[in-house]
Write a protein that binds this ligand. Structure first.
Ligand code: SF4
Length: 61
């Protein structure tokens, strides 16, 4: 099965919707809740979310 996402930026592998790494199924992704995510990917998603929240906290200081 192949899938094309209009938010995927070829060359950088970034998601233009989330302004971050493309990980299909991550929160905010068009596939959220529609695909199964491995434990390894879930750890990467959790790490990215922590980094995103840290960036937001830094901006609010
Ligand atoms: S994270 Fe989801 S919405 Fe973003 S580019 Fe990847 S598949 Fe598309």
């Amino acid at each position: 099965m192949t899938f094309y996402c209009k938010n995927f930026e070829i060359g950088t592998d970034q998601c233009t919707k989330l302004h971050s790494e493309c990980i299909p199924g991550r929160p905010g992704c068009v596939l959220e809740g529609r695909v199964a995510i491995s434990d390894e990917l879930q750890r990467r998603i959790d790490q990215l979310e922590e980094e995103r929240l840290a960036r937001l906290a830094q901006r609010q200081r």
